[in-house]
Write a protein that binds this ligand. Structure first.
Ligand SMILES: C=CC1=C(C)c2cc3[nH]c(cc4nc(cc5[nH]c(cc1n2)c(C)c5CCC(=O)O)C(CCC(=O)O)=C4C)c(C)c3C=C
Ligand SMILES: [Fe+2]
Length: 387
């Protein structure tokens, strides 16, 4: 049987980290690329801002803008600790997320330290009545419906209009999966598991969930973080790949909350803008695919179909969203991992969940499935990289 070739270019894995220092005033993404002077090393960044950002080397300036502008908030705060001790302490927090195989109890933490992990996610309507107000919150986000700044006064009226228009179709979808989104339940379970597994590594930490468009809102999580007196915070968007519309939006919101709040501005924090290239994630995805393939009668004939949530094409082409590049690299890394296990199935990547009249990332999942059917592909293993 002939299978089509993969629909995207191959790229190699990136391993090192970098971070950038930028101004954080403008809320628009149609900004000129960074000037070379704006770039500094991650070590310099830690020293000058007191916060740490992890970013892969292929990452796009937009992603680093968001993550670094969030972390650069510290640069506005008065230096409360010496640069040397700040550097040391930053490493400790970074170590909590960077090391996977070691006990981190040796990290420099004082008995007064309280570690928090903030998991960021999209949120979803819990009942069918929640659907329209949830959609309003989503469409009212300028990172989702991107209007030129002079039209920003139209954001909320437009969100009201589009949310009412979209609600029936959306409700139909949620009704078909039991009348609401499972995202809160799943994210709460992830938070619980993460807390347990950190404790097993001798890192007592409280794990918080902050949703962007529904309960528990990010603002509520932040209030709790303050009440609990967290002194070191790890910010982890639960999106493996970065997009302006997901992690970017959540980090931008956090940035605005932090900017207004003296406690938060002075709290040490580490941000992981994306983690699609991490060994643990790649191996976990590969394990799932390997297991799935074994359930077929002729595993070698199965096409591995990666289906990812799309974004409008303009996000990538005009606003510089690194999402497509990260998604493609992620698929390549999974396929490379499978190759080491002698699994050499054909594969393809397509994008789903488009909304509205504009062009989204192609190829579209629904059209690709039809095309593959026409070409005689009979068995597909569908792997959702993003809902
Ligand atoms: C209109 C613009 C949208 C963009 C851009 C977008 C990007 C984007 N979204 C996710 C992940 C999820 N989106 C979910 C629901 C959802 N998304 C949009 C619109 C955009 N998403 C809408 C209108 C909806 C509601 C459902 C619908 O009517 O289709 C969800 C589900 C949340 C839940 O209820 O559990 C997820 C997850 C990503 C990853 C992404 C960009 C990369
Ligand atoms: Fe979405």
């Amino acid at each position: 049987m002939n299978f089509p070739t993969p629909t995207h270019a191959t790229s190699s894995p990136s391993t090192s980290s970098s971070s950038y220092t930028l101004n954080h005033a403008s809320p628009n993404f149609n900004r000129p690329p960074l000037s070379p002077q704006a770039i500094c090393t991650s070590q310099k960044k830690s020293l000058c801002s007191g916060a740490h950002v992890e970013a892969s080397v292929n990452s796009n300036p937009v992603k680093n803008y968001i993550a670094a502008s969030f972390s650069s908030l510290r640069s506005e705060a008065k230096p409360l600790v010496s640069k040397q001790s700040l550097k040391k302490r930053m490493f400790s927090v970074g170590a909590l997320v960077a090391r996977t195989d070691q006990d981190v109890s040796d990290a420099t933490l004082t008995s007064d330290d309280k570690i928090g992990v903030l998991l960021l996610n999209l949120g979803g309507p819990e009942t069918l009545e929640d659907v329209q107000p949830f959609l309003f919150n989503l469409f009212a986000d300028p990172d989702i419906i991107r209007l030129p700044r002079i039209f920003s006064f139209l954001q909320k009226p437009l969100a009201q209009f589009v949310s009412v228009l979209r609600a029936p179709k959306s409700r139909e979808g949620y009704a078909s999966i039991g009348g609401g989104s499972p995202l809160r339940r799943i994210t709460d379970a992830q938070a619980e598991d993460l807390k347990k597994s950190l404790l097993e590594k001798n890192v007592p930490a409280e794990v918080y969930v902050g949703m962007r468009y529904w309960h528990p809102f990010t603002e509520e999580a932040i209030e709790q973080i303050k009440k609990d007196g967290v002194t070191k915070l790890v910010v982890l968007p639960l999106y493996p790949q970065f997009s302006i519309s997901t992690s970017g939006s959540s980090l931008r919101l956090l940035e605005s909350i932090f900017r207004e709040d003296e406690y938060l501005v002075n709290m040490q924090h580490t941000v992981l803008p994306s983690w699609y290239q991490r060994e643990g994630y790649i191996k976990a995805m590969s394990n799932l695919i390997e297991k799935e393939l074994k359930s077929f009668d002729c595993p070698k004939e199965v096409m591995i179909f990666f289906s990812a949530h799309g974004v409008p094409l303009a996000y990538v082409e005009e606003a510089g969203d690194p999402y497509k590049a990260e998604m493609e690299e992620c698929v390549d890394l999974i396929m490379e991992e499978l190759e080491t296990r002698k699994i050499r199935n054909p594969f393809t990547l397509a994008y789903q969940s488009r909304v509205g009249p504009v062009e989204w990332l192609k190829p579209y999942t629904d059209e690709t499935i039809v095309e593959l059917g026409k070409k005689g592909v009979k068995t597909l293993s569908v792997n959702i990289l993003k809902l």
